[in-house]
Design a protein around this ligand. Structure first.
Ligand code: 13P
Length: 249
């Protein structure tokens, strides 16, 4: 049985004060959940948030990681630094990084590999643009993004991470995929990995992301191949985030 994961991606939002307040409001609501909960604040708040999470069931994650080992890479943050601050997870290949910062499939695959080597659990984001969906290319795009990681790291390593299907047209738009639309792609992802190793595929957590709210989370999480969510906007308000965590059970 796969343990569900609900991870909040705070993106580039908030302040030190609001980060503290948000964690303070989330922590009292997470007791007794069977699902795992994680928050991914901006880099500069990781240490503060990590200290507040100590001894709680909520895991810490980062939103990005450098491809390189520590060294002369101005402005980058290396995987061991994230481990140092107590991160368990790191998001790699978010569509905003791919679209706005030019991250290629190959670069994302390198980051995935690096994160795992340094003891982090990568959350690999995949997902198609609206034009790609409308052209009937969803599976082709998701397959290409997955295959880059399979080629670089191999299927066993893919099984050590988490995959998040985030259709780009559903991110921040309020237009969530229907549970059936999401399930169809989740099943495709699991099937493609099963083609390499059925037991890895069976154990892999595949999250859905894109306008998840308390109101639509129950329907999404009821789908057999949806193992939780990667939450953007709704992770910035404790009540909304906790409603999604409760929906995951
Ligand atoms: P929203 O939940 O704001 O649509 O963002 C989803 C997302 O990008 C999480 O990584």
């Amino acid at each position: 049985m796969r343990q569900r994961l609900v991870a909040g991606n705070w993106k580039m939002n908030g302040s030190l004060a609001s980060a503290r307040a948000l964690v303070g409001a989330i922590l009292p609501g997470v007791g007794g959940l069977k699902s795992e909960v994680a928050v991914c604040p901006p880099y500069v708040y990781l240490e503060t948030v990590g200290a507040l999470l100590k001894g709680s069931p909520v895991a810490l994650g980062a939103q990005n990681v450098a491809r390189e080992d520590p060294g002369a890479f101005t402005g980058e943050i290396a995987a061991p630094m994230l481990r140092d601050l107590g991160c368990k997870y790191v998001i790699v290949g978010h569509s905003e990084r791919r679209a706005l910062y030019g991250e290629s499939d190959a670069l994302v695959a390198e980051k995935y590999w690096r994160a795992l080597r340094e003891g982090l659990v990568p959350i690999l984001c995949v997902g198609e643009l609206l034009e790609e969906r409308d052209a009937g290319h969803t599976e082709q795009v998701v397959a290409r993004q997955l295959d880059a990681v399979l080629t670089r790291s191999g299927v066993a390593d893919l099984g050590r991470g988490v995959v998040a299907y985030e259709p780009v047209w559903a991110i921040g738009t309020g237009r969530t995929a229907t549970p059936e639309q999401a399930q169809e792609v989740h099943a495709f992802i699991r099937g493609r990995i099963a083609g390499h190793d059925p037991s890895v595929a069976a154990g892999l957590r595949i999250l859905y992301g894109g306008s998840v709210k308390g109101s639509n989370a129950v329907g999404l999480f009821a789908m057999p191949d949806i193992d939780g969510g990667l939450i953007g906007g709704a992770s910035l308000l404790a009540e909304d985030f906790l409603a999604i965590c409760r929906a995951a059970g």
